[in-house]
Design a protein around this ligand. Sequence first.
Ligand SMILES: [Zn+2]
Length: 181
Amino acid sequence: MKPIISFVALAICLNINCEGQVNTSNATIKKPQQTNKKMTTSTNPYFNKTSKEKINISEQEWEKTLSPELFEIARKKATERAYTGKYDNFFDRGFYYCAACGNKLFESDSKFASGCGWPSFFETYSETSVQYITDKSHGMIRTEVVCGRCNAHLGHVFDDGPKPTGKRFCMNSISLVFEKK
Ligand SMILES: [Zn+2]
């Protein structure tokens, strides 16, 4: 009997392990971090480079639509680490669009090497490209810059930029999509 009992015990044990693994992997698949991995601008139904229509959808819808890293910055106002963004040291000629909705934000002619670790511009593409919000977080008073169409967090603007505007729009690369002229 002993070997049979052991066998049954082992079988039960294996089943539990097996189920445990199946459950774990199912749970993992359901996490947005996993499903969003393949998400790009082409799978984002709100990404449109010509529409001016404002986007007002729930945070849950944004979370389903954006990649995890873009969601963290665009909707949770996170900041990418300095000197790590793909557009920090990048000076090709073209336009920068909102990575969340495709709104045209900046032109390469207004980009300059600020040395601050994030892509920097001295002016926006148009007056309606962005909106401004007073940001009192982290014990500072700063001006937050959000997308004029979808309200995605883009970065902050400071008054230490070059002429002619004197502004430095300090942006997250992850919030931007570049396209050549
Ligand atoms: Zn946008």
